[in-house]
Design a protein around this ligand. Structure first.
Ligand SMILES: CC(C)(COP(=O)(O)OP(=O)(O)OC[C@H]1O[C@@H](n2cnc3c(N)ncnc32)[C@H](O)[C@@H]1OP(=O)(O)O)[C@@H](O)C(=O)NCCC(=O)NCCS
Length: 363
């Protein structure tokens, strides 16, 4: 009986993005500025990635959660609700304030709504975090569980980058920022989230990763590389001296593998969403891809035969902000009038894991 009722509700309700907002820190870091710390050039970065500048948070006064909270406050105001109306929080990030607890509870506290004791879920799906979060929120809304879900994607990469030449392949790509949206039910069957598609393949988990600190103890990649766990105690230690000495505490990326995989998975998962809904790529009013690299987006655009005005890019200004990149881009596109009522919006992401996903939304 309950199952039947859930199914009926799920058919009747759709999930609508009621508001979308973003926050980026003030500090602009240009490509030229990075040349002070590492052997790189504005020309190399622009040519390979399209990135011209990125933002870095104020490391003394901002965190991933506080940036998320600033974006959330705007989204809440624009949705015409109060903070107390939020009945569930989903927070996607790969650069959390703490190893645990996750950013969801910190955001709840920063917003001053701890008394409500609403649930807070943390998503660890890196660049696809927002798409995964959206898909989960959609299920909660469509089953009638929640009415005002706050979904946040935020990153403070600047605290975990290697600013030496050794780290340049990763460091020049990433930036800080946050995006947030309020998701609500609608009974209008012709609007809202139409479909979501999630995928993962862990074969290359370490090829785009920050593997330390962690509980692996060298299990996957060899103990010699990471330092043996301390044998004088029954357990281990997350960070060994060898990891510190050998500079193994930053993210690593096999750029070309990521690139080659991304340019096949992005079009495939977008086509999957189109097939599920009966639309063609020409029906998409705006594709908002995760802002990984301008060349990846250009590749996807070509593969799907999309016009320039059908694809949104702002990586030039912010770099890759991982879980924050789609909501920041969506918020800017909305502000610029590039998302209009009833437009067909497609979002798609690919990243570490590897994980990837897509969603089609009738705005
Ligand atoms: C990272 C990426 C831009 C590198 O571009 P690439 O053309 O593959 O470059 P390579 O890694 O082959 O490196 C080419 C050379 O540039 C050098 N290089 C790498 N980073 C550099 C930098 N920031 N500045 C200058 N030179 C750099 C390399 O050391 C290498 O030098 P070598 O030929 O002397 O060994 C590209 O692989 C990419 O965009 N990958 C996908 C990344 C991505 O989207 N990540 C996020 C996924 S969510």
């Amino acid at each position: 009986m309950l199952y039947w009722l859930y199914n009926r509700l799920a058919l009747m309700l759709r999930t609508r993005i009621k508001s979308i907002a973003h926050y980026v820190p003030e500090q602009i870091v240009t490509n030229d500025y990075l040349t002070k710390y590492m052997d790189t050039s504005d020309e190399w970065i622009r040519e390979r990635t399209g990135i011209e500048e990125r933002r870095y948070a104020d490391k003394h006064n901002e965190t991933t959660s506080t940036m998320g909270a600033r974006a959330a406050e705007k989204a809440i105001a624009e949705a015409g609700i109060t903070k107390e109306d939020v009945d569930f929080i989903i927070f996607a990030t790969l650069s959390p304030d703490y190893y645990f607890p996750g950013c969801g509870v910190l955001l709840q506290r920063e917003l001053g709504i701890t008394e409500m004791e609403v649930g807070a879920l943390d998503i660890r799906n890196q660049c696809s975090g927002f798409v995964y979060g959206l898909s989960i929120a959609d299920k909660f809304i469509r089953t009638g569980t929640y009415k005002n879900i706050l979904l946040v994607g935020a990153e403070m990469h600047s605290m975990g980058l290697d600013f030496s030449t050794e780290g340049r392949g990763v460091t020049v790509i990433f930036g800080d920022g946050a995006g947030a949206c309020i998701l609500q039910p609608t009974e209008d069957e012709n609007r809202g989230i139409l479909t979501t598609h999630l995928h993962a393949n862990g074969t290359h988990a370490e090829e785009l990763a920050m593997i330390n600190p962690g509980s692996h103890g060298g299990y996957y990649l060899g103990k010699e590389k990471y330092g043996y766990p301390d044998e004088s105690v029954p357990g281990g230690i997350f960070v060994t001296q060898k990891m510190v000495d050998d500079n193994l505490l930053a993210g690593n990326m096999t750029g070309q593998l990521v690139f080659k995989t991304a340019v096949t998975k992005f079009p495939a998962v977008i086509k999957e969403a189109l097939k599920a809904t009966g639309y063609k790529s020409s029906d998409i009013d705006l594709l908002i891809p995760h802002q990984a690299n301008l060349r990846i987006s250009a590749f996807v655009q070509k593969r799907l035969e999309l016009r320039d005005d059908q694809v949104f890019s702002n990586i030039q200004k912010y770099g890759n902000t991982t879980a924050a990149s789609i909501p920041i881009a969506m918020s800017e596109a909305f502000e610029q009038g590039k998302i209009k009522d009833r437009d067909l919006i497609c979002i798609a992401a690919f990243g570490s894991g590897f994980t990837w996903g897509s969603a089609l939304i009738r705005w």
